[in-house]
Design a protein around this ligand. Structure first.
Ligand code: HEC
Ligand code: HEC
Ligand code: HEC
Ligand code: HEC
Length: 272
C-alpha cells in the first residue's frame, strides 16, 4: 500500500498537467515498468461517457481508479494468474467467438441474427395497402427531414435503432431520392369510410421444381434489383432470408416466374 500512496502523491501533482502533454511521456512507474500518458488518456476518454457514478467522472478520482487497476494487474501477473489454464482457456474461447463472425460462414451469420427482432411475412404484408404497394412509414419522421438525406442515413445500410427497437429495413432503391413521394405515414385509421376493399394475394413461396432445387423468383424485379436488401441481413423477413447471401449472381440459379402479359394498348379510362 505504501507504493500506492507514493504513486498517488506524485500522480495528484501531475494529473492537472497531463492533458495536452506529449503522449509518450511516462505518467508513473510500477516497479520500473512505465505507464504512459497516452494509455491513461485513452481509457479516460473511452469510459467517461459510460460511467454512471458522478464522482468517477472527475479526472482526479478517475486517476485513482486507474492506478488501482494497474496495481491489480501487476499483482495478478506476480501471482501468475495469467498462466492459469482456466484463464488461458477462457481467453481462447473469447478469441474463437470474436473470430467466428469474420469467417465467411453462413451458419455463424445465421446465429448472429437476432431472432427477437426478426420480421415475418405477415407484418411485412400488413404494412402495405396491397401487394407491391410502397410500405407506409411506421415511425415518426424528423421535422422537414423528408428527402433521401434524412431517410438514407438509416435506410441505406440498415442497423438497429434503439428508439424503435427494430432493425432498419434496407431500401432496395436508394437512387429514388424523393422518398415521401411514395412512402407516407399513416395519419389516421378512421378517416375513410368502410369499403369492400380486399388486398390482392401475394405469390406463394416455396415453388421448386424438385425438392432441393432453387425456388423460382415469384415476384417482378421492378424496384427489386438489389436482392440482398430484402433477402439478407437482420432486417430480412424470416421466411425469405437466404442461407447463401454470398452467392453473388442470384439469377444464375433462380429464374423469374415469367407470366405472359397481354398488351392492352393505350390505357383509356372508361367514363360512364
Ligand atoms: C433513425 C433511423 C431511421 C430514419 C432516419 C428513418 N427510418 Fe424508416 N425505419 C427505421 C426502422 C428502424 C424501421 C423499422 C421499424 C419497425 O419495423 O417497427 C423503419 C421502417 C420504415 C419503413 C417500413 C418498411 C417496411 O418494409 O415495412 C418505411 C417505408 C420507412 N421506414 C421509410 C422511411 C422514410 C421515407 C424516412 C425519411 C423520411 C425514414 N424511414 C427515416 C429507421 C429509420
Ligand atoms: C417511386 C416510388 C418510390 C420512391 C420514390 C421510394 N420508394 Fe421505397 N418502395 C417503393 C415500393 C413500391 C416499395 C415496395 C417494393 C416491393 O415490395 O416490391 C418500396 C419499398 C421500400 C422499403 C421496404 C424494403 C423491404 O424490406 O421490403 C424501404 C425500406 C423503402 N422502400 C425505403 C425508401 C427510401 C428510404 C426512399 C427514399 C430514399 C424510397 N424508399 C423511395 C416505392 C418507392
Ligand atoms: C423489396 C424486397 C425484395 C427484393 C429487392 C427482392 N425480393 Fe425476392 N422476395 C421478396 C418477398 C417479399 C418474397 C415473398 C414472395 C413475395 O411477396 O413476392 C420474395 C420471394 C423470393 C423468392 C422465393 C423464395 C422461396 O422460398 O420460395 C426468391 C427465390 C427470390 N425472392 C429471389 C429474389 C432475387 C433473385 C432478387 C433480386 C433479383 C430478389 N428476390 C429481390 C422480397 C424481395
Ligand atoms: C448456385 C445456385 C444458387 C445461387 C447462385 C443462389 N441460390 Fe438461392 N437457392 C438455391 C437452391 C438450390 C435453393 C434451395 C435450397 C433448399 O431447398 O435447400 C435456394 C434457396 C433460396 C431461397 C429460399 C430460402 C433458402 O435459403 O432456402 C432464397 C430466398 C434464395 N435462395 C435467395 C437467393 C439470393 C438472394 C441469391 C443471390 C445472393 C441466391 N439465392 C443465389 C441456389 C442458388
Amino acid at each position: 500500500m505504501r507504493l500506492k500512496k507514493v504513486i498517488i502523491l506524485t500522480a495528484v501533482l501531475m494529473c492537472g498537467i497531463v492533458k495536452g502533454q506529449d503522449d509518450k511521456k511516462v505518467l508513473f512507474t510500477i516497479d520500473q515498468n512505465p505507464v504512459y500518458n497516452a494509455e491513461f488518456i485513452r481509457v479516460f476518454e473511452k469510459n467517461k461517457d459510460i460511467v454512471v457514478e458522478e464522482d468517477q467522472k472527475d479526472f482526479d478520482d478517475y486517476f485513482e481508479l486507474f492506478v488501482d487497476f494497474r496495481l491489480k494487474l501487476k499483482q495478478a501477473r506476480d501471482l501468475n494468474l495469467d498462466t492459469l489454464t482456466s484463464y488461458t482457456s477462457d481467453l481462447s474461447k473469447y478469441r474463437e467467438q470474436l473470430i467466428q463472425p469474420y469467417l465467411q460462414n453462413p451458419e455463424a451469420t445465421e446465429k448472429l441474427v437476432d431472432e427477437a427482432y426478426q420480421r415475418n411475412l405477415k407484418s411485412y404484408y400488413d404494412n402495405r395497402a396491397f401487394y407491391g404497394a410502397p410500405p407506409t412509414i411506421p415511425h415518426q419522421i424528423e421535422e422537414g427531414g423528408i428527402g433521401a438525406n434524412a431517410c438514407l442515413k438509416c435506410h441505406e445500410n440498415g442497423g438497429f435503432v434503439d428508439k424503435l427497437q427494430a432493425y432498419t429495413p434496407v431500401s432496395p432503391h436508394p437512387d429514388k431520392s424523393n422518398c415521401v413521394q411514395c412512402h407516407v405515414q399513416v395519419k389516421t385509421e378512421s378517416f375513410f369510410l368502410p369499403s369492400s376493399w380486399v388486398k390482392n394475394h401475394p405469390p406463394a413461396i416455396g415453388n421448386q421444381a424438385l425438392e432441393g432445387s432453387p425456388p423460382i423468383v415469384p415476384h417482378s424485379l421492378q424496384l427489386r434489383e438489389n436482392c440482398l436488401s430484402c433477402h439478407a441481413g437482420p432486417s430480412a423477413v424470416k421466411e425469405i432470408r437466404t442461407t447463401h447471401p454470398n452467392r453473388i449472381n442470384c439469377r444464375q440459379c433462380h429464374v423469374i416466374n415469367e407470366k405472359k402479359t397481354v398488351d392492352i394498348g393505350t390505357f383509356k379510362r372508361e367514363i360512364k
